[in-house]
Design a protein around this ligand. Structure first.
Ligand code: SUG
Length: 419
C-alpha cells in the first residue's frame, strides 16, 4: 500500500464574510466590516488546488457547511430572523474553509493499530467555530469510512480546547515510516486566548494510540500568541524531517530541538531569527503558514501567499535561503487574498492526510476536471459580494443555501445536505 500525503482543502463557502469574529487573529479584526467576495475567494482556493495538482501532489476537498447553521440557532432558542446580529454572524460564518482546524490526523504508521486516526476538533474557543464539528464529523465519516484503514473520532470534551492539525506537526524520514508527532499547546497569550489546551492534545495522543516515546508536547511561546499567532501553524510548519519555524515560536525552543535531534533521523531545522524577520512581519506575511511539500521526484517546495513576497524582510530571507544550500529549494506563490484577510493562509486551507488514495471515498478526491466542474458551480452560484450589514438578507440567505446544494449535487454528496 502506497502511503502519500493528500491535502484536503476546504472549499470556501458561499457565505464567506468579514464579521471580525476572531479575537487574537489580527487580520480578522482589521478587516471587520469589509465587503467580502465569496466567488473570488472560492476561485482563489480552487486555483491553489490546481497549482498543487500541477506540482504532482494529491488533492482532496471538504465541503462548505450548511449556513446559516439553523440547528445551532435552534439550540440557542432562536432563529436567523430573531437572533442578535453577532449570533446571526456566528451562524453564517464560512470558517469551515480552514480545514487545518477540522481535525488532528495521525497517519497509520504512528498508531499501535496501524490505522490512520482522525479526531475532529471541538474548536470551542471561538463561538463561530464551535459549531463546525458535527458537519465536519459527518464528512470525515464518509470520506474515511474504510474502517480497515481509518478510525474517525468525535471531538474531545469541550472542557479542553482543541483546534486540530493547526497545532500538530509530524516529523518523519518518509511518509510511510513511523513519525514523531509534536502537539503544540498554549498556556497564555497575553490579551489573546490560547486556543489549544494541553489536556486536549494529550487525550488525542492517547486515542490515536501513539507511542509515548515518539510523542512530544511543546508549549507555544506566549509572545507568539500575543503577537497574533493564534495557531502554531502561523509560526511553524514541518515536512518530512524538516522543521521550518520562527525563533520565537516555542516556549522551550532548546528542549524541542534537542528532542527532535534525538528522535528524528536526518532532522533538519530551518529557523528564522527575529533579527532577520520580526515576529510581526512573519505573522502579517504568513511566511510559515505555507505548505511545505515534497512533490514526487521534485524539490522541497514552500507554497507561500503573495503577502510573503510583498513583505521586504520575508522576501529578503527567502532569497537568501534559496541562494544558499538550505532544504527549501523552491518557492511557489499563491494568491488567496480573500482568505488571508480573515487570517487564513495556504496551510490553514488544507488538512494533511497521509493515506493510500484508494482507501478514501473518491467523491472527496479531485483532479483538474473535477476542479473545473466545482469552479463552474462557484461561478454560477456563489454570491459576488457580501456587505456585512446585509449578511442576513433573506434573498442572500436563500442564494447561499441553494449554492451549497448545487455543489453537493454536482459532487454526488447530497446526503450531506442537512449537515
Ligand atoms: O480561526 N478566521 C480563522 C482563521 C483560521 C486559520 N487557521 C489556521 N491558522 N490553521 C480563525 O481565526 C475569521 C472569522 C471572521 O472574522 O469572520 C476566522 O475565523
Amino acid at each position: 500500500m502506497a502511503l502519500i500525503e493528500i491535502n484536503f482543502d476546504g472549499i470556501v463557502g458561499p457565505s464567506h464574510n468579514y464579521a471580525g469574529l476572531s479575537l487574537g487573529n489580527l487580520a480578522s479584526t482589521r478587516n471587520a466590516g469589509q465587503v467580502s467576495r465569496p466567488r473570488d475567494a472560492a476561485l482563489e482556493g480552487l486555483a491553489k488546488m490546481r497549482s498543487n495538482l500541477d506540482l504532482g501532489l494529491a488533492q482532496g476537498v471538504l465541503m462548505p457547511h450548511p449556513r446559516p447553521n439553523r440547528d445551532w440557532l435552534a439550540e440557542l432558542g432562536t432563529t436567523l430572523e430573531d437572533a442578535e446580529a453577532t449570533i446571526a454572524a456566528n451562524a453564517m460564518s464560512a470558517s469551515a474553509m480552514w480545514a487545518a482546524n477540522a481535525a488532528t490526523v495521525s497517519p497509520a504508521p504512528d498508531a499501535a493499530d496501524r490505522r490512520c486516526h482522525l479526531t475532529v476538533a471541538n474548536l470551542r474557543t471561538m463561538a463561530h467555530r464551535s459549531h463546525e464539528w458535527p458537519a465536519t464529523l459527518a464528512q470525515l465519516r464518509l470520506a474515511f469510512a474504510d474502517a480497515a484503514h481509518f478510525s474517525v473520532h468525535p471531538p474531545v470534551p469541550p472542557a479542553f480546547g482543541d483546534e486540530g492539525a493547526a497545532n500538530h506537526m509530524r516529523l518523519t524520514p518518509a511518509y510511510g515510516e513511523p513519525g514523531v508527532e509534536i502537539f503544540v499547546y498554549g498556556v497564555s497569550g497575553g490579551a489573546f486566548p490560547a486556543r489549544q489546551h494541553l489536556q486536549a492534545s494529550k487525550a488525542i495522543a492517547r486515542r490515536h494510540r501513539l507511542d509515548p516515546q515518539r510523542t512530544l508536547f511543546a508549549e507555544q511561546s506566549e509572545q507568539a500568541i500575543a503577537a497574533g499567532a493564534f495557531h502554531n501553524d502561523v509560526v511553524a510548519v514541518v515536512n518530512g524531517p524538516v522543521l521550518f519555524a520562527h525563533e520565537k515560536a516555542f516556549a522551550e525552543r532548546e528542549r524541542l530541538i534537542a528532542d527532535c535531534e534525538r528522535l528524528v533521523p536526518g532532522f533538519e531545522l530551518v529557523e528564522v531569527p527575529e533579527a532577520e524577520v520580526p515576529l510581526a512581519d512573519a505573522i502579517a506575511s504568513y511566511l510559515f503558514n505555507a505548505q511545505l511539500v515534497s512533490p514526487r521526484g521534485g524539490e522541497t517546495t514552500l507554497i507561500v501567499p503573495s503577502e510573503a513576497r510583498e513583505t521586504p524582510s520575508v522576501r529578503g530571507w527567502l532569497e537568501r535561503h534559496l541562494a544558499g544550500n538550505g532544504p527549501i529549494r523552491r518557492v511557489e506563490v499563491v494568491d488567496i487574498r480573500q482568505s488571508m484577510a480573515n487570517g487564513g493562509g495556504p496551510a490553514c486551507l488544507r488538512l494533511r492526510v497521509v493515506a493510500d488514495p484508494a482507501s478514501v471515498d473518491p467523491r472527496f478526491l479531485v483532479d483538474s476536471a473535477r476542479i473545473d466542474a466545482i469552479a463552474g458551480i462557484v461561478e454560477r452560484h456563489w454570491p459576488e459580494a457580501i456587505a456585512n450589514d446585509e449578511l442576513t438578507e433573506p434573498a442572500l440567505v436563500r442564494d447561499i443555501e441553494a449554492a451549497r446544494a448545487q455543489l453537493l449535487q454536482e459532487l454526488d454528496l447530497s446526503e450531506l445536505e442537512q449537515g
